[in-house]
Design a protein around this ligand. Structure first.
Ligand code: ATP
Length: 237
């Protein structure tokens, strides 16, 4: 069966520095897949490479079996891939509503039920209350909700989320993670780069562990033991 999105022996890096050494990855519609690994393992680089933010050969990334690797990021968005970047990168000086509206203007053709601003407000009700608030006056958690909402309004088939829990209080992380099943229920696939291994394991159906630019473990999250993860994470034999 052809996966929705897959990478095939994906190699990518920065100038002469190779950060990924042949990554095979796949995700199906509605799946939640976690990417774990230590700092510098290559998780963000994999998201950037998929998104077309780093040069990759076209056949290293396929969407519904079609080679799309290395397409410009705006074309990847049109193809149905969106990213919630590390650090959120919202449009400062603009309100919640304006940030969400801009995202809708550069969206892919919806595959199923389209995401609307109302649907984003239903997902994160606090954003409805804060719709007219400038994003720099939001808490970190609320900003992260806007960033996820913006990703969804791009109407992605696959949403790549880079460390959405980073720097947030546990209660807020729980609130955000509890909303994610509503996203996948719509058929959107989620790739979660997550530092918190326990959270990654609980929130995902499958996970991949990266170490120094290679996949050291892949499997169903519930079937993987802490011991397996520890070996894959640190490279201990
Ligand atoms: P982190 O949790 O620290 O973000 P990560 O698993 O996402 O870790 P990457 O950020 O993908 O790791 O980094 C993989 C490798 O690429 C590391 O050796 C890192 O130093 C290097 N790297 C990342 N970004 C750049 C960049 N912009 N320029 C040069 N090297 C980079």
């Amino acid at each position: 069966m052809t996966a929705l999105l897959s990478t095939h022996g994906l190699i990518a890096g920065y100038g002469d520095m190779r950060a990924l050494h042949g990554i095979d990855f796949a995700i199906e519609p509605g799946e939640t897949v976690a990417l774990i690994g230590a700092n510098g393992a290559g998780k963000s680089t994999l998201l950037r490479a998929i998104m077309g933010l780093l040069p990759v050969a076209s056949d290293m990334v396929t969407l519904d079996g079609a080679a799309v690797g290395g397409s410009a990021p705006h074309l990847m968005v049109q193809n149905g891939i969106a990213i919630v970047p590390e650090g959120r990168r919202l449009f400062a000086g603009m309100t919640v509503e304006e940030n969400l509206r801009v995202a809708s203007e550069h969206a892919a053709k919806p595959h199923g039920t389209p995401w609307t601003q109302e649907a984003v407000y239903d997902l994160f009700p606090i954003l409805r209350e804060k719709a007219a608030t400038s994003v720099e006056n939001l808490s970190g958690g609320q900003q992260q909700m806007v960033s996820i909402g913006r990703g969804l309004l791009a109407q992605p088939r696959v949403l790549l989320c880079d460390e959405i829990s980073l720097g947030l209080a546990p209660r807020v992380v729980r609130e955000i993670y509890e909303a994610l099943p509503q996203v996948t229920a719509q058929g959107t696939a989620l790739v979660l780069v997550e530092q918190d291994v326990g959270l990654a394991q609980r929130a995902s159906g499958r996970l991949y562990c990266l170490l120094e630019g290679r996949v050291t473990l892949e499997g169903r999250s519930l079937d993987i033991s802490r011991d397996d993860i520890s070996k894959a994470y640190f490279g201990a034999s």
